[in-house]
Design a binder for this molecule. Structure first.
Ligand SMILES: Nc1ncnc2c1ncn2[C@@H]1O[C@H](COP(=O)(O)OP(=O)(O)OP(=O)(O)O)[C@@H](O)[C@H]1O
Length: 691
């Protein structure tokens, strides 16, 4: 039986599997435009058959040794990738010509390492070990490697998404990377498509255009750019589809479309093909390839591409446990492997083979061999055209010093514009959001009706004062918990979108936070007002406008405080931790409110607790609104004796004076302000900690 190496050299017709390590094509029967491409490619239409060994052969001469193989590979005509056109995805190449070309950016990194802290007393871990590399402009580059090799980490470091623990030099066109300028010319598309699901494709595109291009670009210009991009990405026919209903491939394309609006020069994509079928993968990569023709550098991480996908890339960078084991042209991978005496077996996809080697499946010594051969990414010998690769000095001479932007902020548009657009987006979302809007209104009405039925007449009846007290406490808990839990549960999803959009400079955190705060007001106002009207009337609370508004204002403040508290938790914790923490932290606040244990009976060393409990101020405020201001004698129709017929007596019993309304209002307002400001800083810290 022939060894893989022997098979490689002695295959039928003496054809070595140059390029992809396989023999393919119809010998002597090649028809123009289909069938045989060259000995480095697989026919697109027979990708599965070659995998099963049912391949035809192509006869070429048999070079021996790396140099002739490389030379043979270099002589191959440029690859002509074939696009299989999905029914719903037609690339309009004319549209591409309307996107202005970019000046290519060459990215070079040297001795790049990235270290993360593992936690208290657990030390540090180095993920990237002094890797080097060069990603020339106008190329589609794949960062490949086994799971955990450090692909995403390298992408994070190069894009500037991660800055903590990063060491080494990153150069752009030969000059040291200036991160703010680089961020202005690049974008990062995450693996999970963080899109607003309740907006249509066209709405998402318009919001992105308004945030990225601002007021200075006319509506017509934005519209025409959006049209071009949608045509280019095959999304034009789906422009009215809700993003949440798009297929995985369409969502991926929309993510790319939204970033293309301001025409970035460098695009980083984390696993753009994950979760897509092979046809969609090809189309997404084909599209990216076309975008590189206009000067863009596109860098993607990819797990283990099929041979068909692999050949779409210009260059590949392979990582193994944070080290570079290959950097060069995709067509040069097989010659490279051959040169280090690790030839790719016949009928084996070289992309699979290098990953197997990188995993250590053929022994860990092979990883060291590959690392030394590629000089941990320093070697340019296996680039498609090594002599054409410009060194830093040449690049510095070729490209002028980039102009410094006068604009100190990273965002392209003004704070006002960002707020206005975010408010517009928020209003569209709120109108369609079944959880945050419809369910919230529905729950408020249902709970008010339920409480109303349970505590009917309790507000005016002297024999039911304790019932009414329970009702006030139940209302307090309802207002505090519903908004808090809604925020804890929904904000982590919103947070992922915020991280992406904020990093891609769509808006500042200040603008986002301002818009979010303003958006919360109308829905909170309406739902609380509905609740208050129903419960106030049904439970026969005193029919005085002043008391009604006092009651409503306290309710409103409690809702806002609860929501802000939920925001602090939701911004910092994941859903599981948040769902645990929020109620657990609320229970002591409840105990300090004076319900269950009166404020008088609280142990002196725990008295401080009542001062920090927003529920205490809420309850005291309700009591002041309902029983304060010298309320008169209550009815006593339902019992022969009403112990609390005189509200003063009840106030004495619960050790509340009933005249603390303004203090309560002030305390709740201060707490609201403190929580709101804290939530902003927690969000800011969270965004920073990720980087
Ligand atoms: N903050 C961190 N703390 C500890 N280890 C980390 C941290 N971030 C990444 N790692 C580790 O670094 C290694 C590389 O992670 P990375 O996500 O870059 O791998 P990857 O090649 O992208 O993997 P995959 O293809 O599975 O996404 C992994 O072993 C991962 O566990």
């Amino acid at each position: 039986m022939l060894s893989a190496r022997e098979q490689f050299f002695n295959s039928d017709g003496g054809t070595p599997g140059i390029g992809l390590g396989i023999e393919i094509g119809e010998s002597g029967t090649a028809k123009p435009g289909r069938g045989v491409y060259n000995s480095t490619t697989v026919p697109m239409t027979s990708a599965s058959s070659w995998r099963n060994g049912h391949t035809n052969t192509t006869s070429t001469t048999t070079p021996t040794g790396a140099a002739p193989i490389a030379a043979a590979a270099a002589k191959q005509p440029p690859l002509e990738p074939v696009v299989e056109v999905e029914e719903d995805f037609n690339i309009d190449t004319n549209a591409l010509s309307n996107l202005p070309p970019r000046e290519p950016v060459d990215i070079e990194f040297k001795e790049l390492s990235l270290t993360v802290k593992l936690g208290f007393k657990r030390g540090e871990k180095e993920i990237l070990h002094n890797v080097c590399g060069k990603f020339p402009g106008s190329q589609l580059i794949a960062i490949m490697g086994p799971s955990g090799a450090g692909k995403s980490t390298l992408l994070d470091a190069l894009s500037g998404f991660k800055t903590t623990g990063v060491d080494g030099s990153i150069r752009l066109n030969g000059r040291r990377r200036d991160l703010p300028s680089f961020r202005r010319m690049s974008c990062y598309i995450t693996q999970d498509d963080r899109l607003q699901p309740l907006l249509t494709v066209t709405e998402n595109m318009h919001i992105a255009a308004d945030l990225k291009l601002g007021e200075n670009v006319s509506y017509e210009e934005k519209e025409s750019r959006i049209e071009d991009i949608l045509l280019l990405l095959g999304l034009y026919d789906h422009d009215q589809t809700m993003t949440g209903r798009l297929s995985g491939g369409q969502r991926k394309r929309l993510s790319i479309a939204m970033e293309l609006i301001n025409n970035p020069t460098v695009m980083f994509l984390d696993e753009p093909t994950t979760g897509l079928d092979s046809s969609s993968c090809t189309k997404v990569l084909e599209l990216l390839k076309r975008l590189t023709n206009q000067g863009r550098t596109i860098i993607c991480t990819i797990h283990q591409p099929t041979a068909k996908l692999f050949q779409i890339f210009d260059q590949v960078y392979v990582l193994s446990s944070g080290n570079c084991v290959y950097q060069g042209g995709t067509q040069k991978l097989v010659p490279f492997l051959h040169s280090v005496d690790l030839p790719c077996p016949m009928y084996h996809n070289p992309a699979d083979y290098i990953i197997e080697l990188a995993c250590g499946e053929y022994g860990f010594d092979k990883i060291d061999t590959l690392k030394s051969a590629s000089e941990n990414g320093n070697s340019l010998a296996w680039f498609n055209n090594p002599s054409a690769v410009l060194r830093s000095e040449a690049l510095i001479h070729k490209y002028p010093i980039p102009k410094r932007s006068k604009n100190v902020s990273l965002e392209n548009t003004s704070f006002m514009n960002q707020c206005t657009v975010l408010l517009r987006r928020g209003y569209i979302k709120s109108g369609r959001d079944t959880t945050m809007t419809h369910l919230r209104l529905f729950v408020n009405i249902c709970v008010a009706v339920l409480y109303g039925a349970m505590y009917d007449h309790s507000g005016r009846e002297g024999s039911r004062v304790l019932d009414n007290y329970n009702l006030l406490f139940a209302i307090l808990m309802h207002h505090s918990m519903t908004t808090m839990m809604l925020t804890v549960l929904t904000f982590p999803l919103e947070m992922t979108i915020l991280i992406k959009e904020h990093f891609n400079r769509w808006y500042s955190l200040k603008a986002y936070y301002t818009a979010m705060t303003l958006l919360e007001i109308p829905i909170t106002f309406i739902s609380t007002l509905l609740f208050t009207v129903i419960i106030y009337l049904w439970s026969y609370q005193p029919m005085e406008w002043v008391r009604f508004w006092m009651f409503f204002v306290i309710s409103l403040l409690v809702v806002f405080v609860g929501q802000s508290f939920g925001l602090i938790i939701g911004a910092w914790c994941n859903v599981v931790n948040g769902t645990f923490l929020a109620p657990v932290l609320t229970i002591p606040m409840m105990m300090f409110a004076g319900f269950g244990v009166t404020l008088r009976d609280l142990p002196s060393y725990l008295k401080w607790g009542s001062h920090i409990s927003h529920l205490r101020y809420g309850l005291e405020g309700y009591i002041a609104a309902i029983y304060g201001m010298n309320r008169g004698v209550l009815d006593c129709n339902e019992a022969p004796y009403c112990h609390y017929r005189y509200p003063k007596k009840f106030l004495e019993e619960i050790t509340m004076s009933g005249d603390q309304f303004w203090n309560d209002l002030m305390a709740l307002s201060i707490m609201l302000l403190l929580f709101r400001v804290s939530a902003y800083f927690v969000l800011k810290a969270k965004l920073k900690s990720i980087r």
